[in-house]
Design a protein around this ligand. Structure first.
Ligand code: 13P
Length: 252
């Protein structure tokens, strides 16, 4: 059985004090809600990772980074390596977020290298992809998503691929308040699973968690998560409020 996962991507929000406060609130509420069967992840900004990882160490909440560089070390000003993340207790990384692709020029080729670097360091990956509005309007969304997955991930051997979590985030739904309908999400997730089946076989495809991201909120999470191929969510705005985030975590 694949895992249900709800991950909060805090993006460039929350200073140290706010990060610790929110992380502790989330950990406490997750404990109180006795959340079973759903993995809960929060992704603060780099500078607050260590403190948040320490503050949540004894809880069920796991901490992820929002990005990392593919090199082990060296002259890459402003960047952070997998080894550095691991050294502060972070074992999961979000890669390929559309904001990284759009504002920081991350390409499929760079992402393939980041994926390799994370796996070489035994890190777990939440790999994001999704089409922009023009692609959706022109009916090109499946071709775009397929190429994003193939270019960054399909060089992997099956055992390596099995450890990856996918996050479908239609760019037109991110931070816009416009969510993909549950059926649009399901259709795309089913297409993704078929793409994985064609490459790695049905057993592997069935074992991969595919998260939905894009204006996922307490009032729509339940319906989206009820879809057969949706295994959870990658949450932006609503992850910045502990009550909203918990309402999504408990939506399964
Ligand atoms: P919103 O939930 O704010 O739309 O953001 C989604 C997202 O980008 C998560 O990575």
């Amino acid at each position: 059985m694949r895992k249900n996962i709800v991950a909060g991507n805090w993006k460039m929000n929350n200073d140290l004090e706010a990060s610790l406060k929110l992380a502790k609130q989330v950990a406490k509420k997750v404990k109180k809600a006795d959340v079973k069967g759903t993995k809960v992840i929060i992704a603060p900004t780099f500078v607050n990772l260590e403190r948040v990882a320490r503050a949540t160490k004894k809880s069920k909440v796991k901490v992820a980074a929002q990005n990392m560089h593919f090199a082990e070390s060296g002259a890459f000003t402003g960047e952070v390596s997998a080894q550095m993340l691991k050294s502060v207790g972070v074992k999961t990384v979000i890669l390929g977020h559309s904001e990284r692709r759009e504002y920081f020029g991350e390409t499929d080729e760079m992402l393939a290298k980041k994926v390799d670097a994370a796996l070489a360091n035994n890190m777990k990956i939440i790999f994001c992809f999704g089409e922009v509005l023009e692609d959706r309007k022109s009916g090109n969304q499946e071709a775009i998503v397929e190429s994003q997955i193939k270019n960054a991930l399909f060089h992997l051997e099956v055992d390596a691929f099995k450890s990856i979590v996918l996050a479908y985030e239609p760019v037109w739904a991110i931070g816009t308040g416009e969510t993909a309908t549950p059926d649009q999400a399901q259709d795309m997730h089913a297409f993704i699973r078929k793409t994985l089946t064609d490459k790695y076989g049905a057993e592997v495809a069935e074992s991969i968690s595919i998260l939905y991201g894009g204006s996922c909120k307490p009032n729509n999470a339940k319906e989206i998560f009820s879809k057969k191929d949706v295994d959870g969510g990658l949450i932006g705005g609503a992850a910045l409020n502990a009550d909203d985030f918990l309402a999504i975590v408990t939506a399964f």
